[in-house]
Write a protein of this length. Structure first.
Length: 266
Protein backbone atom coordinates (compact mmCIF):
# COMPACT_ATOMS: atom_id res chain seq x y z
CA UNK A 1 0.00 0.00 0.00
CA UNK A 2 1.13 3.57 -0.67
CA UNK A 3 -0.54 4.94 2.45
CA UNK A 4 -1.84 3.64 5.74
CA UNK A 5 -5.11 4.79 7.32
CA UNK A 6 -6.77 4.09 10.63
CA UNK A 7 -10.41 4.65 11.48
CA UNK A 8 -11.19 7.10 14.33
CA UNK A 9 -12.15 5.80 17.75
CA UNK A 10 -15.82 4.95 17.91
CA UNK A 11 -17.98 6.79 20.39
CA UNK A 12 -19.89 4.86 23.02
CA UNK A 13 -23.25 5.48 21.39
CA UNK A 14 -21.95 4.18 18.06
CA UNK A 15 -20.99 0.78 19.47
CA UNK A 16 -23.05 -2.11 18.03
CA UNK A 17 -25.69 -3.71 20.22
CA UNK A 18 -27.78 -6.84 20.05
CA UNK A 19 -30.94 -4.79 19.43
CA UNK A 20 -31.88 -3.25 16.12
CA UNK A 21 -33.01 0.34 16.58
CA UNK A 22 -35.85 -0.18 14.15
CA UNK A 23 -37.16 -3.00 16.31
CA UNK A 24 -36.95 -1.19 19.66
CA UNK A 25 -40.49 0.09 19.36
CA UNK A 26 -41.85 -2.99 17.64
CA UNK A 27 -43.29 -5.49 20.14
CA UNK A 28 -43.55 -8.12 17.40
CA UNK A 29 -39.81 -8.06 16.75
CA UNK A 30 -37.96 -11.28 17.75
CA UNK A 31 -36.37 -11.06 21.19
CA UNK A 32 -32.66 -11.53 21.67
CA UNK A 33 -31.82 -14.51 23.86
CA UNK A 34 -30.05 -13.92 27.14
CA UNK A 35 -27.06 -15.98 25.95
CA UNK A 36 -26.54 -13.58 23.05
CA UNK A 37 -26.45 -10.66 25.47
CA UNK A 38 -23.62 -12.14 27.50
CA UNK A 39 -20.22 -10.47 27.10
CA UNK A 40 -18.02 -12.13 24.49
CA UNK A 41 -14.47 -12.77 25.64
CA UNK A 42 -11.71 -11.77 23.25
CA UNK A 43 -8.82 -12.75 25.52
CA UNK A 44 -6.44 -15.45 24.28
CA UNK A 45 -4.82 -17.35 27.17
CA UNK A 46 -1.04 -17.67 27.39
CA UNK A 47 0.19 -20.46 25.13
CA UNK A 48 -2.74 -20.26 22.70
CA UNK A 49 -1.94 -21.00 19.07
CA UNK A 50 -3.77 -19.27 16.22
CA UNK A 51 -3.49 -19.18 12.45
CA UNK A 52 -3.08 -15.74 10.87
CA UNK A 53 -2.95 -14.30 7.37
CA UNK A 54 0.37 -13.43 5.78
CA UNK A 55 1.70 -9.95 6.42
CA UNK A 56 4.27 -7.59 4.98
CA UNK A 57 7.17 -6.81 7.29
CA UNK A 58 7.38 -3.02 7.68
CA UNK A 59 10.55 -1.11 6.93
CA UNK A 60 12.84 -0.08 9.77
CA UNK A 61 11.82 3.56 9.34
CA UNK A 62 8.14 2.64 9.75
CA UNK A 63 8.84 0.54 12.84
CA UNK A 64 10.22 3.60 14.57
CA UNK A 65 6.92 5.41 13.97
CA UNK A 66 4.46 2.54 14.45
CA UNK A 67 5.78 0.64 17.47
CA UNK A 68 2.85 -1.78 17.54
CA UNK A 69 2.41 -4.45 14.88
CA UNK A 70 -0.71 -6.57 14.33
CA UNK A 71 -1.58 -9.78 12.51
CA UNK A 72 -5.08 -10.64 11.30
CA UNK A 73 -6.65 -13.91 12.39
CA UNK A 74 -7.50 -16.22 9.54
CA UNK A 75 -11.11 -15.80 8.48
CA UNK A 76 -11.17 -12.11 9.38
CA UNK A 77 -12.20 -12.77 13.00
CA UNK A 78 -10.01 -10.04 14.47
CA UNK A 79 -6.45 -8.89 15.02
CA UNK A 80 -3.75 -9.81 17.53
CA UNK A 81 -0.70 -7.70 18.39
CA UNK A 82 2.63 -9.11 17.26
CA UNK A 83 4.59 -6.54 19.24
CA UNK A 84 3.82 -3.71 21.63
CA UNK A 85 6.17 -0.73 21.93
CA UNK A 86 8.79 -2.79 20.15
CA UNK A 87 8.46 -5.72 22.58
CA UNK A 88 7.38 -9.05 21.00
CA UNK A 89 4.14 -10.52 22.34
CA UNK A 90 3.75 -13.52 20.05
CA UNK A 91 6.18 -15.84 18.29
CA UNK A 92 6.02 -17.66 14.98
CA UNK A 93 5.90 -21.45 15.38
CA UNK A 94 5.61 -24.47 13.16
CA UNK A 95 2.07 -25.75 12.68
CA UNK A 96 1.20 -27.85 15.75
CA UNK A 97 -0.48 -31.23 15.57
CA UNK A 98 -3.97 -31.22 17.07
CA UNK A 99 -6.31 -34.11 17.82
CA UNK A 100 -9.97 -33.76 18.74
CA UNK A 101 -12.19 -36.38 20.33
CA UNK A 102 -12.27 -38.18 23.66
CA UNK A 103 -8.92 -39.19 25.19
CA UNK A 104 -8.06 -40.66 28.57
CA UNK A 105 -4.79 -40.10 30.42
CA UNK A 106 -3.28 -41.29 33.69
CA UNK A 107 -0.95 -39.12 35.76
CA UNK A 108 2.57 -40.56 35.89
CA UNK A 109 4.43 -37.87 37.81
CA UNK A 110 4.87 -38.69 41.50
CA UNK A 111 4.28 -35.10 42.49
CA UNK A 112 1.05 -34.85 40.51
CA UNK A 113 0.35 -32.11 38.00
CA UNK A 114 -1.26 -28.68 38.15
CA UNK A 115 -3.99 -27.52 35.80
CA UNK A 116 -3.35 -24.29 33.87
CA UNK A 117 -5.42 -21.74 31.96
CA UNK A 118 -3.45 -22.27 28.72
CA UNK A 119 -1.19 -24.80 26.97
CA UNK A 120 2.06 -23.41 28.34
CA UNK A 121 4.15 -23.56 31.48
CA UNK A 122 3.98 -19.78 31.51
CA UNK A 123 0.19 -19.90 31.78
CA UNK A 124 -1.03 -19.32 35.35
CA UNK A 125 -2.14 -22.29 37.40
CA UNK A 126 -5.82 -22.50 38.36
CA UNK A 127 -6.58 -22.19 42.05
CA UNK A 128 -9.64 -21.47 44.17
CA UNK A 129 -10.35 -18.38 46.22
CA UNK A 130 -8.96 -20.29 49.20
CA UNK A 131 -5.62 -20.68 47.46
CA UNK A 132 -6.05 -24.40 46.69
CA UNK A 133 -4.61 -25.41 43.32
CA UNK A 134 -6.62 -27.43 40.82
CA UNK A 135 -4.44 -30.50 40.31
CA UNK A 136 -4.40 -34.23 39.62
CA UNK A 137 -2.40 -36.60 41.77
CA UNK A 138 -0.26 -39.52 40.63
CA UNK A 139 -2.39 -42.41 39.36
CA UNK A 140 -5.53 -40.38 38.75
CA UNK A 141 -7.33 -40.52 35.41
CA UNK A 142 -8.49 -37.52 33.41
CA UNK A 143 -10.40 -37.07 30.18
CA UNK A 144 -9.43 -34.63 27.42
CA UNK A 145 -11.21 -33.36 24.33
CA UNK A 146 -8.19 -31.83 22.57
CA UNK A 147 -4.51 -32.75 22.45
CA UNK A 148 -1.94 -30.41 20.91
CA UNK A 149 1.72 -31.18 20.21
CA UNK A 150 4.24 -28.42 19.52
CA UNK A 151 7.39 -28.94 17.46
CA UNK A 152 10.87 -27.46 17.47
CA UNK A 153 13.34 -28.34 14.73
CA UNK A 154 10.83 -30.86 13.32
CA UNK A 155 10.76 -32.81 16.59
CA UNK A 156 8.00 -32.89 19.25
CA UNK A 157 8.98 -30.55 22.09
CA UNK A 158 5.91 -30.39 24.33
CA UNK A 159 2.34 -31.61 24.43
CA UNK A 160 -0.79 -30.45 26.28
CA UNK A 161 -4.29 -31.82 26.76
CA UNK A 162 -7.47 -29.80 27.35
CA UNK A 163 -9.85 -31.24 29.92
CA UNK A 164 -13.09 -32.51 28.44
CA UNK A 165 -16.01 -30.09 28.68
CA UNK A 166 -19.25 -30.40 26.71
CA UNK A 167 -19.26 -26.68 25.88
CA UNK A 168 -15.84 -26.99 24.23
CA UNK A 169 -17.01 -29.84 22.02
CA UNK A 170 -20.10 -27.86 21.01
CA UNK A 171 -17.99 -24.84 20.03
CA UNK A 172 -15.51 -26.78 17.90
CA UNK A 173 -14.88 -30.50 17.38
CA UNK A 174 -12.18 -30.30 14.73
CA UNK A 175 -14.53 -29.93 11.77
CA UNK A 176 -14.34 -26.94 9.49
CA UNK A 177 -11.41 -25.23 7.83
CA UNK A 178 -11.45 -22.14 10.06
CA UNK A 179 -11.63 -22.44 13.83
CA UNK A 180 -14.12 -19.98 15.38
CA UNK A 181 -12.72 -17.38 17.73
CA UNK A 182 -15.19 -18.35 20.45
CA UNK A 183 -13.55 -21.78 20.81
CA UNK A 184 -10.14 -20.12 21.28
CA UNK A 185 -11.19 -17.57 23.89
CA UNK A 186 -13.51 -19.73 25.99
CA UNK A 187 -12.05 -20.49 29.41
CA UNK A 188 -10.45 -23.94 29.44
CA UNK A 189 -8.23 -26.11 31.65
CA UNK A 190 -4.96 -27.52 30.28
CA UNK A 191 -2.52 -30.12 31.61
CA UNK A 192 0.93 -30.95 30.29
CA UNK A 193 1.35 -34.41 28.75
CA UNK A 194 5.10 -34.23 28.17
CA UNK A 195 7.79 -31.61 27.87
CA UNK A 196 11.52 -31.13 28.38
CA UNK A 197 12.04 -34.89 28.09
CA UNK A 198 9.63 -35.55 30.97
CA UNK A 199 6.43 -37.61 30.76
CA UNK A 200 3.64 -36.38 33.02
CA UNK A 201 0.61 -38.17 31.56
CA UNK A 202 0.32 -41.57 29.91
CA UNK A 203 -2.43 -41.98 27.33
CA UNK A 204 -4.76 -44.91 27.95
CA UNK A 205 -5.59 -47.21 25.07
CA UNK A 206 -8.84 -48.25 26.79
CA UNK A 207 -11.23 -46.06 28.73
CA UNK A 208 -10.93 -46.82 32.47
CA UNK A 209 -13.91 -48.30 34.23
CA UNK A 210 -15.35 -45.73 36.62
CA UNK A 211 -18.49 -46.12 38.68
CA UNK A 212 -20.09 -43.64 41.03
CA UNK A 213 -21.07 -45.38 44.26
CA UNK A 214 -22.20 -44.42 47.72
CA UNK A 215 -20.81 -47.00 50.09
CA UNK A 216 -18.69 -47.29 53.18
CA UNK A 217 -15.44 -49.18 53.47
CA UNK A 218 -12.95 -49.85 56.27
CA UNK A 219 -9.28 -48.77 56.20
CA UNK A 220 -8.45 -50.43 59.51
CA UNK A 221 -10.44 -52.45 62.00
CA UNK A 222 -13.51 -50.58 63.21
CA UNK A 223 -12.82 -47.59 60.92
CA UNK A 224 -15.55 -46.79 58.40
CA UNK A 225 -15.07 -44.37 55.49
CA UNK A 226 -17.38 -43.17 52.73
CA UNK A 227 -16.48 -43.91 49.11
CA UNK A 228 -18.04 -42.05 46.17
CA UNK A 229 -16.10 -43.37 43.16
CA UNK A 230 -14.51 -46.62 42.05
CA UNK A 231 -11.89 -46.74 39.26
CA UNK A 232 -10.16 -49.70 37.68
CA UNK A 233 -7.36 -49.14 35.15
CA UNK A 234 -7.26 -51.06 31.86
CA UNK A 235 -4.32 -53.26 32.94
CA UNK A 236 -4.89 -53.20 36.72
CA UNK A 237 -6.27 -55.91 38.95
CA UNK A 238 -6.58 -53.38 41.76
CA UNK A 239 -9.63 -51.15 42.07
CA UNK A 240 -9.07 -47.68 43.49
CA UNK A 241 -11.68 -46.08 45.74
CA UNK A 242 -11.97 -42.32 46.16
CA UNK A 243 -12.67 -41.07 49.68
CA UNK A 244 -15.77 -38.92 49.75
CA UNK A 245 -14.12 -36.29 51.98
CA UNK A 246 -11.54 -35.64 49.24
CA UNK A 247 -8.57 -36.84 51.32
CA UNK A 248 -7.31 -39.27 48.68
CA UNK A 249 -7.66 -42.80 47.33
CA UNK A 250 -7.41 -46.31 48.77
CA UNK A 251 -7.10 -49.67 47.01
CA UNK A 252 -9.39 -52.62 47.59
CA UNK A 253 -6.74 -55.41 47.63
CA UNK A 254 -3.02 -55.60 48.35
CA UNK A 255 -0.24 -56.92 46.09
CA UNK A 256 -1.05 -60.51 47.11
CA UNK A 257 -4.73 -60.13 46.29
CA UNK A 258 -5.86 -60.06 49.91
CA UNK A 259 -8.95 -57.95 50.52
CA UNK A 260 -8.31 -54.70 52.33
CA UNK A 261 -11.61 -52.89 51.87
CA UNK A 262 -14.97 -54.54 52.51
CA UNK A 263 -18.05 -52.75 51.10
CA UNK A 264 -20.98 -52.13 53.42
CA UNK A 265 -24.41 -50.72 52.69
CA UNK A 266 -25.32 -47.46 54.37
Amino acid sequence: LDAMFRTPKRRERDLPTNENRRDMGNPAAPKVSESDKLPFSTLLPCGSFVEVDRWVTPAESDRAVYKTEFARLRGGQGWIPRSLNGKPITEIISAPETRFGSFWFRVQDRNGIKVRYGPSRRAPSIKSDDGVYFRFECGEFLRASEVVTFFRQNAPSECYAKLYRNRHVRLYAGHGEIRPLSSLTVQAEWVEVFGQQELFLEECGVEPESKGINRAGGIMWYLIVLINERVTGPDDTITWLRLKDGQGWVHNVDADGETLMIPHSL
